[in-house]
Every structure is written in structure tokens, then in C-alpha cells.
Design a binder for this molecule. Structure first.
Ligand code: ATP
Length: 236
């Protein structure tokens, strides 16, 4: 399978603080890659580097086309959608308004048609359509954030800890829906997750970051067998 996203020699820094030290990884066309690592390892920064929201050096290609150095807006237009940590929802606006805003790069008529697909994945969003987003439960807000990103019809979805702060049953529901989305929409996913069991079960490939360097990478089935990963992230 060919790579949709390919990053090489990626460095990133906030001012003088260097966070990524020359990492390389890829996400296959239609595949899921999980990015694991302890707090502060540089996972969110890696997603920011792809979106062009942190000072970055190195090469990033999407479908063979270089996207490093482009404006975030152009990277989004080329098919990269991010579901940020904290979900990036406009709390004062309704579910409907948030969904419309999410797809600002596309014609309004097309987007409204796509709402039906989103309601099929997330029936709760239909029930809560006119409700203020700030009054949604954490799980519903995560669903809204994913729906908003999908309305961009992305080639690549960047998911930052979708399980964060959610009850186990809701997490299971969200991952069940993500599996469907992956199959139907053929979207590729780069998934940052603290819950390594969940991430490795969902992903085809994975890599582990430690203080901005990749210490392990390969098929998820191999990573899950790694003794160090089991001890550090799986707790057995
Ligand atoms: P977590 O799981 O805690 O979210 P992470 O692996 O996603 O961690 P990052 O958020 O990428 O880690 O942070 C990596 C390092 O960069 C940390 O030391 C953090 O303090 C630093 N950092 C992150 N954002 C900024 C910022 N805006 N300005 C300065 N330093 C930052």
C-alpha cells in the first residue's frame, strides 16, 4: 500500500524549546497509524507540525505533494482535518452552527447534504441539532468535533486523544463509529492516544515517541508484543 502522508526529518520547536528531533513516519492510504507516548513526548506537536501551526523543519508530503511550509488554511484545503485535544468546539454556538462552520471550505449546499451522513454515524447530533454545544456531554462534544472534521471530506483525519475524559462505554461507541467511518469514507487516520490498548487494536501501524524521538515503530501487531511498550503503556 502506498503512503498518503510521509514525514521525514521533522523538527519542531516553540521558541528556543526544541520538541521534535528529526522524526519520520507515514500513514498509509486508507490506513490508521497510532502515535503513542508519555505526556509531553511531542504527540500533539507532531499533529501541529503536519497542520503548520508550530515552527517546523523537515519534509511532509500528502499524496506525494509537499505541504510543509504551506499555510494551515491551504493544508486544510488539501485534505487534512484535525480533531484537536479539547475538541475546538464553539461552545456558545449550536450543534448546527458548529457543523456549518467546520466545513467552511466547501459549498454550503453540499455540506447540508452531508449532514445526513453525519446523523447516520452520530444520531445524537440530530437529536441535539439546535442545542448549544456547550451543553452537550463530553462524548457528544467529541462526536461533534469528529463530524465537523469529516464535513471537510478530508483525506487525512488527525485525531488527538479522542478518548480523553470519556467513560469507557462512550469511548467504545466512538471507536465503533470510527471503524465504520474508516471503512465507508476511506479516510486515513493518524491517531494520538494515551490508551494504548485501544489505539493498537484500532491501528494498522504505530510508532512510539519519547521526548521527541521515535523509539519504536512498525505494525501494531508487533508493537503490542514489545516488552517495553507492554510495561510502559499497557501495564502488564
Ligand atoms: P500530552 O499527552 O500531555 O498532551 P504530548 O505528547 O502531546 O503530551 P506536546 O503537547 O506535544 O506533548 O508537548 C511536548 C512539549 O512541548 C512539552 O514539553 C510541552 O511543555 C511543550 N509545549 C507544548 N506546547 C507548547 C507551547 N505552545 N509553547 C511552549 N511549549 C509547548
Amino acid at each position: 500500500m502506498t503512503a498518503l502522508l510521509e514525514a521525514k526529518g521533522l523538527h519542531a520547536a516553540y521558541g528556543e524549546t526544541r520538541v521534535l528531533h528529526g522524526i519520520g513516519f507515514s500513514v498509509r492510504e486508507g490506513g490508521v497509524t497510532a502515535l503513542l507516548g508519555a505526556n509531553g513526548a511531542g504527540k500533539t506537536t507532531t499533529l501541529r507540525a503536519i497542520c503548520g501551526t508550530v515552527r517546523t523543519q523537515g519534509e511532509i508530503a500528502l499524496g506525494g505533494r509537499r505541504i510543509d511550509g504551506l499555510q494551515t488554511e491551504d493544508i486544510v484545503r488539501l485534505g487534512v482535518a484535525q480533531v484537536p485535544e479539547g475538541r475546538g468546539t464553539f461552545m456558545e454556538l449550536t450543534v448546527e452552527e458548529n457543523m456549518k462552520l467546520g466545513a467552511y471550505t466547501r459549498p454550503a449546499r453540499r455540506v447540508t447534504e452531508d449532514f445526513e451522513h453525519m446523523f447516520d454515524y452520530f444520531p445524537r447530533l440530530k437529536e441535539r441539532f439546535r442545542q448549544q454545544a456547550g451543553t452537550l456531554s463530553g462524548g457528544e462534544q467529541q462526536m461533534l468535533a469528529i463530524a465537523r472534521a469529516l464535513l471537510l471530506r478530508p483525506k487525512l483525519l488527525l485525531l488527538d486523544e479522542p478518548s480523553f475524559g470519556l467513560a469507557p462505554l462512550i469511548v467504545q461507541e466512538i471507536f465503533r463509529i470510527l471503524r465504520r467511518i474508516r471503512e465507508d469514507a476511506g479516510v486515513s487516520i493518524l491517531l494520538v492516544e494515551q490508551n494504548a490498548t485501544l489505539a493498537l487494536d484500532f491501528a494498522d501501524d504505530a510508532f512510539v515517541l519519547e521526548t521527541g524521538r521515535i523509539v519504536l515503530s512498525g505494525p501494531s501487531g508487533d508493537i503490542i508484543k514489545d516488552e517495553g511498550v507492554r510495561r510502559s503503556y499497557l501495564g502488564y
